[in-house]
Design a protein around this ligand. Structure first.
Ligand code: NOJ
Length: 450
């Protein structure tokens, strides 16, 4: 891989730089001001689901003290801040009565961003489904389309006068795959019988949510975010190449292709044909939506080999630790060209207009020593990935922004607090913040000094 020289100027003035977070991973205050429980509140209190039995009841206390962290965004010269709304703060039961305190809270966060000169970018759904809805089937109940559209409508009407950039959903392949097939994320359900309806109804909500936002806020910029990775066969054996094709269909194609009007990748993954039985007249059209932008979230590369023991896709990921490659705290390979490859590849979907990298970042074993975190590895990771974004841009990909995951160390789902992804270190005992060397580097870069 060639080293690519980057500075802010080489991206042009209209490139959007930012940092991303999510409600459940940062807010804490899990039952404050009338908030209802979410599936993650419930899941984190189940035995054996989260590493070391940790919960996000307090997390980074972003709910109670959002000013402190938005001040850090400003201090690091970051112009755009992406965060999510917790559905069960707005609608404690998911549907029905609105909790005005929840709306007031997000109004305060948005207003504080704007006062600080930081542009708020909103994700409507980042995995924290109201528990009351899960009790009625959650993402496997077709009624979720109505529930979701009601929630989107309230968000658009409440915040749309000040928020220009919207993302309907975060990584649907992950919340359906990990939450409804593998059971390692909330709500912990497993199997094809849960996964297929969750996939279909999440896709329908995605498109319907985009349409609703545009209808209420015609001047807004509406996108959504997808997880994606470069996916390669572990060997050149034909059966590994075929397995890679199947894994790729699930990892990269499952959600974007229906939105683009291409349907589900059933030819490569026949089990998806089960979705046909769930479809109703009009669904094929209802799955399509012309988003203003697609957010891509890329962290690593996957290597795939054939496996007889993995039903349905007969493919397995070869762990990075077995491949003698540089590793992150998540056990993921550090492989910067992946972000270039996904940008090139997704931009080949003809209807897609524009792309943002809405997440990229890394967890390393950070050490706080004498009040400093000297995370040079993270600086290197960010520089190389941003370099690969520039390469794609220079080759004509319409990539219009880059957001680091994430602002502060936070609650990394089933992994708890162990992986530290932040530009800012958090001591979870004291809530003390320390800007890491990577945060200082990003601040300098964004000031145009690098
Ligand atoms: C993607 C998810 O959107 C985010 O919630 C998560 O923390 C990061 N990836 C890192 O795993």
């Amino acid at each position: 891989m060639e080293d690519i020289y980057i500075n802010k100027a080489s991206f042009g003035d209209d490139f959007s730089w930012g940092v991303s977070t999510a409600a459940f991973q940062t807010e804490g205050a899990c039952s404050e001001d009338g908030k209802g429980a979410s599936i993650w509140d419930e899941f984190t209190h189940r035995k054996g689901k989260i590493l070391k039995g940790e919960s996000a009841d307090t997390a980074c206390e972003f709910y109670l003290n959002y000013q402190r962290d938005i001040d850090l965004v400003k201090q690091m010269n970051i112009p755009n801040f992406r965060f999510s709304i917790a559905w069960s703060r707005i609608l404690p039961q998911g549907d029905g009565e609105v909790n005005q305190a929840g709306i007031d809270h997000y109004n305060n966060v948005i207003n504080y961003c704007l006062q600080q000169g930081v542009e708020p970018w909103l994700t409507i759904y980042h995995w924290d489904l109201p528990l009351a809805l899960e009790k009625q089937g959650g993402w496997t109940n077709r009624n979720i389309i109505e529930w979701f559209i009601n929630y989107v409508t309230i968000c658009a009407n409440s915040f749309g006068d000040r928020v220009k950039h919207w993302m309907v959903m975060n990584e649907p392949a992950v919340f359906t795959g990990a939450g409804y097939f593998l059971g390692v994320h909330a709500p912990g359900r497993t199997g094809v019988k849960n996964f297929l309806p969750a996939v279909l109804y999440a896709s329908l909500c995605l498109a319907a949510g985009g349409k609703k936002l545009k209808e209420i806020l015609p001047g807004s910029v509406v996108g959504t975010t997808f997880s994606c990775s470069a996916v390669e066969p572990y060997t050149s054996k034909q059966r590994d190449i075929n397995a890679t094709k199947r894994a790729d269909a699930i990892i990269n194609r499952l959600f974007i292709e229906p939105v683009m009007g291409l349907g589900y990748p059933m030819a490569d993954v026949p089990v998806l044909e089960g979705i046909k039985k769930l479809m109703q007249p009009g669904d094929a059209d209802a799955l399509k939506f012309d988003f203003d932008f697609i957010g891509l979230q890329c962290y690593t590369r996957e290597m795939v080999r054939f496996s007889l023991f993995t039903p349905y896709i007969y493919a397995t990921l070869v762990k990075a630790e077995k491949r003698n490659v540089p590793l992150t705290q998540m056990g993921w390979e550090v492989y910067p060209p992946s972000i270039y490859q996904v940008l090139k590849r997704f931009s080949a979907y003809a209807p897609a207009k524009a792309f943002y990298i809405t997440e990229n970042g890394v967890a390393f074993e950070d050490q706080l020593i004498d009040g400093e975190v000297n995370d040079t590895q993270r600086v290197d990771y960010l520089q190389k990935h941003i370099g690969q974004v520039l390469k794609a841009k220079n080759e004509g990909v319409n990539v219009k922004g880059y957001f680091v995951w994430t602002l502060t160390d936070n609650f990394e789902w089933a992994e708890g607090y162990h992986p530290r992804f932040g530009l800012v270190h958090v001591d979870f005992k004291t809530q003390q913040r320390t800007i890491k060397a990577a945060g200082k580097w990003y601040a300098n870069f964004l000031a145009g000094n690098e």
